[in-house]
Design a protein. Structure first.
Length: 171
């Protein structure tokens, strides 16, 4: 089980980025995204609609008590932060882990998160987007194999084109 925990979602400020975190998590191989902060039913519906049309079994779940969820997660926990060990230096230690919780923030990450995780991982040692960090981390975690993933129950499939756009209906 590979789960993304998105901390501190704020509807007014973070809706687009949290949605992009969920889309990235789904496309790059996560099974689920759990988010905390403000409950956002519209964002949840948007992600569920993507899953319904584009396939897969991805779930999105709201969790008010992120600390309890983080503490009780049965596998290992990774925080994506620029203050961590740079990805190339730690990925071989993380890649074998099958039950993995990947944590990304939105507002300032509470200090106790740093104590609750098993690994702090940096995708560069510079500030940038949590969406970019998540995508790069998952790409390295899966060694690029997620690019070949086929999504079951899809109603739409893209036919790769050098130019233009082509999809087919699978219904």
């Amino acid at each position: 089980m590979l789960v993304l925990l998105r901390l501190g979602h704020r509807i007014f400020r973070d809706q687009r980025v949290t949605t992009h975190c969920a889309l990235t998590a789904r496309a790059f191989g996560c099974d689920k995204m759990v988010y905390s902060g403000e409950k956002d039913s519209e964002m949840e519906k948007s992600i569920q609609d993507v899953v319904k049309r584009w396939g897969g079994n991805f779930e999105i779940v709201y969790e008010k008590n992120w600390k309890k969820f983080l503490s009780l997660f049965p596998g290992k926990k990774v925080l994506l932060t620029m203050y961590g060990i740079n990805l190339p230096d730690i990925i071989d230690k993380i890649r074998p882990i099958k039950d993995l919780l990947v944590v990304v923030g939105s507002e300032k990450v509470p200090g106790e998160v740093y104590e609750l995780v098993d690994h702090q991982v940096a995708v560069t040692l510079q500030p940038h987007s949590e969406v970019a960090a998540l995508a790069v981390f998952l790409d390295w975690y899966f060694s690029g194999e997620e690019m070949k993933k086929e999504f079951e129950n899809a109603k739409i499939k893209i036919i790769p084109q050098e130019k233009g756009k082509k999809t087919i209906s699978l219904e």
